[in-house]
Design a protein around this ligand. Structure first.
Ligand SMILES: [Zn+2]
Ligand SMILES: [Zn+2]
Length: 341
């Protein structure tokens, strides 16, 4: 069952809030169970109308729905077979659907069955974020492709408006027992003599928009942010965190590996270590053993009020080959070791 919420209410997708409210009131009155006792068809229809208005009557939910409606290719599936069964609007409306589509926190697309796969096919843009920016938070500038009103037809989709011949302007057609949105006019009730060539009748074209995205500190791979562009388009932005050559992140902690020579391990040394907040001097104590992990407190990622540490894995490298001079020195070491033993 493909239901377009606008055609459920029998309105144009550009209908103003008052118009939506009026359409909803009229239909709700007509199909209200009190006015149609025992009529299950009317009851179903009443439910459908209420669900549609629950979304379209709420500015935020409406803009999310509009975005997904475009991304999903014009049809939205509310049959509940994929997103957990039952009425997907039963508990919390579109927010819940978005959540179930995108997963809880990990955000792997398309793992929730048919519903998710379909509607999630293109609801987000993916942007790359430098490792350090994701850890510390910061701004990323990028160009996004966003739908804007067609400059040629100014959103109308064409010129020479005429009543749709298939549905006679109703926007809906009767097929057996079912009422469906008219396939000719897409539920609009009207078509154009001249379809706009620039936007192919959709009333919208894509345009590149420069946006500044504020990345919260501690952002992870797959984090999805909601963004409103300067032209007021709502976009979901999925983050892809770029890896760092030296630093790796595990939760709040940052890990890195340093290699020291055998003499450095035995005699101790100072090493310049890169952290997300800049370089620091790390003291390697005399007698440091291989596979030692040194903790630099407070140099991890701040997430929900708690800051992690940086963990330095110390690797002791032994020379794979030695010069004649070095060999003599190692032999001396070996000898002194034998004397001690
Ligand atoms: Zn156009
Ligand atoms: Zn029509």
């Amino acid at each position: 069952m493909n239901k377009d919420l606008y055609s459920v209410l029998g309105v144009n997708e550009k209908a103003a809030p008052e118009e939506l409210k009026k359409a909803y009131r009229k239909l709700a009155k007509k199909y209200h169970p009190d006015a149609n006792p025992g009529d299950t068809g009317a009851e179903e229809r009443f439910k459908e109308i209420s669900e549609a208005y629950d979304i379209l009557g709420n500015a935020e939910k409406k803009s999310q729905y509009d975005l997904m409606r475009k991304g999903g290719g014009g049809s939205f599936h509310f049959d509940g077979t994929g997103a957990g069964g039952g009425s997907p609007f039963g508990s919390g409306g579109l927010d819940d659907i978005l959540r179930s589509m995108f997963g809880g926190g990990g955000f792997e697309f398309g793992n929730r069955g048919g519903f998710g796969q379909r509607a999630a096919s293109r609801p987000t843009v993916v942007i790359s974020v430098p490792f350090r920016t994701a850890a510390l938070g910061g701004d990323v500038r990028t160009d996004l492709s966003v739908p804007v009103t067609c400059p040629v037809c100014l959103g109308a989709g064409g010129s020479g408006e005429k009543i749709c011949s298939q549905c006679g302007g109703a926007g809906r057609i009767q097929q057996g027992q079912m009422v469906l949105p008219c396939p000719s006019c897409g539920g609009q009730g009207k078509t154009y003599t001249n379809i706009c060539e620039r936007c192919a009748g959709t009333g919208e074209v894509t345009s590149s928009e420069s946006v500044k995205i504020t990345i919260p500190p501690g952002s992870d791979n797959g984090t999805v942010l909601r963004l409103v562009t300067p032209s007021h388009k709502h976009v979901l932005v999925k983050l892809r965190i770029m890896s760092d050559r030296f630093l790796r992140r595990e939760g709040r902690d940052i890990h890195c590996t340093v290699k020291i020579t055998a003499p450095q391990a035995v005699l101790g040394t100072k090493l310049k270590i890169r952290t997300i907040e800049g370089k620091i001097l790390l003291n390697i104590h005399p007698g440091t053993q291989p596979e030692t992990i040194l903790r630099i407190p407070g140099k991890g990622v701040l997430y929900r009020g708690t800051k992690g540490d940086q963990l330095v894995h110390v690797d002791v490298e032994l020379p794979p080959s030695v010069s004649a001079e070095e060999k003599a020195l190692w032999e001396k070491l070996a000898e002194s070791g034998r004397r001690k033993a």
